[in-house]
Design a protein around this ligand. Structure first.
Ligand SMILES: Cc1cc2nc3c(=O)[nH]c(=O)nc-3n(C[C@H](O)[C@H](O)[C@H](O)COP(=O)(O)OP(=O)(O)OC[C@H]3O[C@@H](n4cnc5c(N)ncnc54)[C@H](O)[C@@H]3O)c2cc1C
Length: 263
């Protein structure tokens, strides 16, 4: 008997999951997208509200919020309350790391108010920002001034705190290093409630070098000073044909990035 003559197997009876999969577009269009849109819109309104405030007001709010963090940390009983972590919910964070540890015995500190650009210092070419400032927000502020962060991570939602304590990287990292390499100072509240400013050459320089990639294990970042670079409205791109010999490629990159060394 050929395959064509064989009796057809009866089809499996449809169950609710099949209908759910078939009509998932209803859920996506009428539930997921409106919720997503509303969340984005509220975040955007928050950013606009922040931009309306004067730098003085933002600094005042910052000081008050740091005070709250210090007070919260001082309430902690290390032997009873467990380790400190940020109270940021996993469904808001961009990262897909398993954050089950937040369900364990942990002492959460709310940093959700830290979302202001505190200062743009055009002389020092430095932006002082709070950790929940994201890439979209800072770009909207700096680009009209013909300035940008040296490393702007690709997604608008990535936050300064996440890119420093995780490891932010983007195309311009070929030239400027990781996102954390473009930071000139970290302001951190340590577990004992003390606020410190760490730079590469002050008494907290060990902290300065240890904070990047620390995933928030060393302290709570409440502000960062990040290097800015001048930008123009357009840029000229020159395509060079690939040269894959490792030595020639390295030479090529040296000439491009550090002309004085490549000669
Ligand atoms: C689709 C996609 C695209 C991506 N593209 C890029 C990219 O272009 N470039 C890039 O570099 N990365 C990229 N990433 C990775 C991204 O950088 C990480 O996921 C990172 O976790 C950023 O997420 P977040 O800003 O939501 O930070 P979170 O996930 O909230 O934080 C990251 C870590 O930092 C700690 N942390 C955050 N804020 C503080 C604080 N104030 N004090 C102490 N600790 C803190 C958190 O506890 C956590 O351990 C991408 C990820 C996805 C999913």
């Amino acid at each position: 008997m050929s395959d064509l003559e064989a009796p057809l197997r009866p089809k499996r009876k449809k169950i609710w999951v099949d209908y759910f999969v078939q009509f998932r577009w209803i859920l996506v269009i009428f539930v997921v997208l409106p919720i997503s849109f509303t969340l984005y819109f509220l975040t955007y309104l928050g950013d606009v509200r922040s931009e309306w405030k004067s730098f003085k007001t933002r600094q005042k709010e910052h000081d008050a919020n740091v005070e709250k963090v210090v007070k919260r940390l001082k309430q902690r009983n290390p032997s009873k309350d467990g380790l400190v972590c940020t109270a940021r919910k996993p469904w808001i964070a961009v990262g897909m790391r398993n954050v089950d540890y937040k369900r364990a015995r942990h002492f959460e500190v709310d940093l959700s108010a830290f979302r202001n650009v505190l200062n743009i210092d055009k002389e020092r070419m430095v932006a002082r920002v709070e950790p929940l400032v994201n890439m979209g927000q800072i770009t909207r502020v700096t680009v009209p001034m013909n300035l940008a962060l040296a490393v702007v991570a690709e997604l608008d939602d990535l936050t300064v705190g996440g890119l420093i304590n995780g490891y932010g990287i983007e195309g311009s990292s070929h030239k400027y290093g990781l996102f954390s390499d473009t930071v000139v100072a970290f302001e951190i509240v340590l577990a004992d409630g003390s606020l410190v400013r760490a730079t590469k050459d002050n008494e907290y320089s060990d902290l300065f070098y240890a904070i990047p990639w620390s995933q928030g294990t060393l302290g709570l970042l409440v502000a960062a000073e990040i290097k800015l670079i001048p930008i123009k409205e357009y840029m000229k791109l020159t395509y060079k044909p690939g040269c894959w010999h490792p030595e020639r490629y390295a030479q090529h990159m040296l000439i491009l990035l550090l002309p004085e060394m490549g000669t």
